[in-house]
Design a protein around this ligand. Structure first.
Ligand code: ATP
Ligand code: MG
Ligand code: MG
Ligand code: MG
Length: 482
């Protein structure tokens, strides 16, 4: 059968509902329960407090399709977009959870049943990893499920330290943690890349599709672990990665949904080469930015809003690279709504607002983009291998080029950016501004003193005016500017 993304979502939820799971709505991209987390980056985020024991639900088994964002913050896949077959900034994670209910055996067996019997993936293409010390998971795979031992790979502490492993999950430095078992799909030896644990595991031949996390320990301050009273399961599978397999394509960017968005990006940019990586970036970023707007994140200069601005501007720059000199990006919102509006009614309902927010940001950036690109081109015109930090800073400060955008351009050209120089220029500007502010502030205090002392009518007039403004709450920066 050919599975559309809509079929895949429904099949997943139905399967776990049939195993006694409660279907839970996707939570917003901005986590409501965790100020330390920039964005919801996996399905478990909305259940975090349940695992910590500070929240209780009426169910002990849950399943969801969670909208996730991995840009800025702890997980950041922004730099992978356009380069790998498997990474997005925004993606959907299919998940199932046990809150002190079932554990490894059910979790792995159901995963296998769903993949091989329901979605009917060819068994011989599937591999699994387990944490090196997790004999229990290893035995379930090899003895109960019957995966040949050569396709069950033990991954030890490979990240430099005890429990620092791709297969050992931690919620934070302390708290719930445990081994995980990941399922990979072999897309075939015509694609470069090695199996998990090998030196070229980052290639796109063996693609990780599903992570099964077994929370069974609590990590303490001193790095020791003790068993949790009620072990939990947390799983996550990338919808787009599964769709690629089920639709017999290799890359996430070739699935039905992305095919439509890439064609829309081509239409709006006039690009005729559908394999152009810039189209993938634009298609990815229209999803991320639109869903962020739905959840209330609009472009700004700090925090989440700045991540939003960086993603929008990156997309615009890729359009510019394809020859697009006027706003185009906001025109893709309607195509996105066509693809995802049914699954996400809020997206459809806000189509107009999303379009407006993006158009305004685009109009603003197009005012400086061409000039900024000219400065960047000139700075590299003599074949330099590094972009000076001052230029990167000027682009940032005057032309609205976020540093990662400048990096993105330079990376395409095989050039590095002097980031230390950029930071120094930034610091210098801050110091100068502070010094100027201090100078004026000293003057202000002088005036204040003068007003108190009475040193003549002329002096008094100006000083009382400034002190009055200051007292009314006019910021010093504005007084300085006057
Ligand atoms: P990878 O090693 O490929 O970067 P990951 O180990 O970072 O993936 P997990 O944190 O284990 O991913 O997330 C669970 C699942 O979510 C992954 O197995 C994958 O299917 C999916 N996933 C993770 N990151 C992305 C992404 N950036 N885009 C699309 N799907 C993703
Ligand atoms: Mg990753
Ligand atoms: Mg991984
Ligand atoms: Mg993983």
């Amino acid at each position: 059968p050919v599975f559309t993304v809509a079929d895949i979502r429904k099949t997943f939820l139905d399967f776990f509902a049939s195993k006694g799971h409660t279907i839970v709505e996707s939570s917003p991209l901005v986590p409501g329960n965790d100020p330390t987390l920039m964005f919801t980056n996996s399905g478990m985020v909305q259940f975090k407090d349940v695992f910590l024991g500070t929240d209780k639900r009426s169910y002990s088994r849950a399943t969801s399709v969670q909208a996730c964002l991995r840009a800025g913050g702890k997980h950041n896949d922004l730099e992978n977009v356009g380069y790998t077959a498997r990474h997005h900034t925004f993606f959907e994670m299919l998940g199932n959870w046990s809150f002190g209910d079932y554990f490894k055996r059910e979790s792995l067996k159901w995963a296998w049943e769903l993949l091989t019997e329901v979605y009917q993936l060819p068994k011989e293409r599937l591999l699994a990893t387990v944490y090196a010390e997790d004999d229990e998971a290893y035995d379930i795979w090899t003895k109960e499920i019957g995966l040949p031992p050569e396709r069950v790979i033990r991954i030890g502490d490979n990240k430099g330290g005890r429990y620092k492993s791709d297969n050992f999950w931690m919620m934070a430095d302390t708290g719930p943690c445990g081994p995980c078992s990941e399922i990979f799909y072999d897309h075939g030896d015509h694609i470069p890349g090695g199996p998990p644990g090998s030196p070229d595991e980052d290639g796109d031949r063996f693609i990780e599709i599903w992570n099964n996390v077994f929370m069974q320990f609590e990590m303490h301050e001193d790095g020791s672990v003790t068993p949790l009273p009620a072990p939990c399961v947390d799983t996550g599978m990338g919808l787009e990665r599964l769709a690629a397999i089920l639709q017999h394509v290799h890359s996430n960017y070739e699935i039905d949904l992305f095919d439509a968005l890439i064609k829309a990006a081509a239409r709006e940019t006039g690009c005729t080469d559908l394999a152009n990586p810039s189209l993938k970036v634009i298609a990815d970023h229209i999803r991320a930015t639109s869903f962020l707007i739905v959840d209330g994140v609009i472009p700004s200069n700090e925090g989440r809003g700045y991540v939003q601005r960086r993603i929008v501007r990156r997309a615009i720059r890729h359009g510019y690279k394809l020859g697009q000199k006027t706003p185009f990006f906001h025109k893709l919102v309607k195509d996105l709504v066509q693809q995802m509006g049914a699954a996400y009614p809020k997206l459809a309902a806000q189509q107009e607002r999303i379009t407006d927010v993006l158009r305004v940001e685009e109009e603003r950036f197009f005012e400086t983009l061409a000039h900024g690109m000219e400065i960047l081109d000139n700075a590299l015109a003599d074949g330099q291998k590094q972009l000076p930090g001052e230029v990167a800073f000027k682009l940032h400060d005057t032309y609205g080029f976020p540093l990662d955008l400048t990096n993105d351009v330079c990376r395409e050209r095989g050039v590095s950016v002097d980031e230390a120089g950029f930071n120094a220029a930034m610091q210098h500007q801050k110091d100068t501004a502070r010094a100027a502010g201090k100078f004026k502030m000293d003057k202000l205090l002088d005036y204040q003193g003068a007003a108190n002392r009475f040193t003549g009518y002329e002096h008094l007039a100006e000083s009382t005016k400034i002190v009055a403004l200051y007292a009314q709450g006019t910021p010093v920066s504005v007084l300085n500017a006057g």
